[in-house]
Design a protein around this ligand. Structure first.
Ligand code: PMP
Length: 395
């Protein structure tokens, strides 16, 4: 069968189900006012939570390094274990570990790869992965790549999790509890205190993907552990991504010396891939300085979240109980979400419609993401546009 014959019907079906996705073409730097598909609009879809993606300090650090005796190549040239592990990668890992108060960190080119690596490497046949049902796709894929038995528990349901922990204990199976820190499509925060307690009670390992928490949550931006006033213990594994609040790209795993050495020795998504460009590591080092000193931006982000929620609830929008920068407006049907997103585009706002399979059936939504770089006026304009669309199209 030709590729055409196999896949054309599937593409057609996607279109008919209002699930077909197109990549918006961006013509401007990442910032609140952007040119997307030739339209000038205010962007409420990015993960640039602290407004660092286009920060002058990061650009300047890159320019300086290119113009001085540093003599940095763009490409890293090889995998970390070959000859691709350059000085800025090495320094960045130490700086991230110092900042987070963990023994070590390990860089990956993407969060997706870090999430594949942790579960595939650590979880073996006979082990059990207990995963929140709404975990990010990369965590789901990572679980599937491992040889462990995978069981999912209903979203945030700690009693259901404990029942599964008891079952695994009865079978003498090593458990890893796997959860998003901040759920990427819902914006709610995992109940880390209970999760940590359960992990300790049942000698389970706790793996938290804090992609959306790192940089934004906690006074110092150290993520969801700091948010709850908790310290990671020796059986905690944290993934942080660098393409969101850090405004760059890449990710790191944070944890114990043994954890990191195990990943270096055995993690296929670490070993068999070229190291990220050294210049990116240099940009992340600059971003880390900014994140450490971003207390005012984190406060501004919290104010923006509060302002948006108050305004949205006042006009009767169906919000999710989220206190983070991710604020879904629940609409149900995919075609409704698409219609609202299109109407917002016409009004000059970019807000993505999130549909199955990214979210469960009949839970299509608009996913508004807020940044410290949005102004109150921009948020008010969005609320006004949402109010107009609600009156015109309905939910
Ligand atoms: N985890 C979560 C919760 C995410 O939202 C994302 C990105 N959307 C990732 C992991 C993947 O990170 P990256 O984009 O660096 O691959």
């Amino acid at each position: 069968m030709s590729i055409q014959n196999r896949f054309q019907p599937l593409l057609k079906q996607r279109e008919q189900e209002h699930l077909y996705r197109r990549r918006p073409l961006v013509f401007s730097p990442q910032q609140p006012i952007m040119q997307i598909n030739g339209i000038e609009c205010i962007n409420f879809s990015s993960n640039d939570y602290l407004g660092l993606a286009n920060h002058p300090n990061i650009k300047q650090a890159l320019l300086n390094s290119l113009n001085t005796e540093d003599d940095i190549s763009y490409g890293s040239g090889a995998a970390h274990l070959v000859t691709g592990h350059h000085l800025h990668h090495h320094l960045l890992e130490d700086e991230l570990a110092d900042w987070l108060g963990v023994e070590r960190t390990l860089l990956f080119s993407t969060g997706y790869m870090a999430n594949l690596a942790v579960q595939q490497t650590l979880m073996q046949a006979g082990d059990t992965i207990l995963a929140d049902k709404l975990n990010h796709a990369s965590l789901i894929d990572g679980a599937q790549l491992s040889a462990a038995t995978v069981k999912r528990y209903p979203h945030l349901d700690m009693e259901a999790l404990e029942r599964r922990l008891k079952q695994a204990q009865a079978q003498n199976s090593q458990v890893m509890i796997v959860t998003d820190g901040v759920f990427s499509m819902d914006g709610d925060i995992a109940p880390l205190k209970t999760l940590q307690q359960l992990a300790q009670n049942y000698q389970a390992w706790l793996f938290v993907d804090d992609a959306h928490g790192i940089g934004t949550l906690g006074k110092q931006g150290k993520g969801c552990f700091e948010h709850f006033g908790l310290e990671p213990d020796e059986n905690t594994i944290i993934v942080g991504t660098l393409g969101k609040a850090f405004g760059t790209s890449g990710a790191f795993v944070a944890g114990s010396e043994t954890l990191i050495e195990t990943l270096i020795q055995f993690a296929r998504p670490y070993i068999y891939t070229t190291a990220m460009p050294q210049l990116n590591a240099l940009a992340i080092r600059e971003a880390l300085k900014l994140v450490k000193n971003a207390e005012a931006s984190r406060e501004a982000l919290q104010q923006n979240i509060k302002h948006f929620r108050e305004g949205a609830l006042k006009i009767g929008l169906n919000l999710w109980p989220s206190e983070t920068a991710i604020q879904p407006i629940m609409l149900g049907k995919s075609e409704t979400a698409v219609a609202w997103s299109e109407a917002l585009k016409q009004a000059g706002f970019w807000v993505g419609a999130i549909r199955p399979p990214t979210v469960p059936k009949n839970q299509a939504r608009l996913r508004v993401t807020l940044s410290a770089s949005h102004t109150v006026e921009q948020i008010d304009q969005l609320l006004q546009a949402l109010h107009n669309i609600q009156t015109r199209i309905g939910g």
